[in-house]
Write a protein of this length. Sequence first.
Length: 93
Amino acid sequence: MAATIRLARHGAKKKPFYRIVVADRRSARDGRKIEQVGLFDPRVTPERIEFETERLTKWLDRGAKPSLTVSQLIKRSGVDVSSKAPSEAKPAE
């Protein structure tokens, strides 16, 4: 299964907000999701971008590919998504 991290649209007509979800790349935009890893609300000032960093890092380590928009949101929010999960990090001696 090829997983992708992308936006799922929610909210009323002309009042969108987005959930950042991990989904199979073949599923519909608002279809079946595997897990929700964040939230994006463009209607408030400043924009609200939230990530569950631990879950996001886990999925990126597993090989999930973020969409172009999600990768830009990750960079804009300043979330540290290091390639190693905290449990795999080498302890300091």
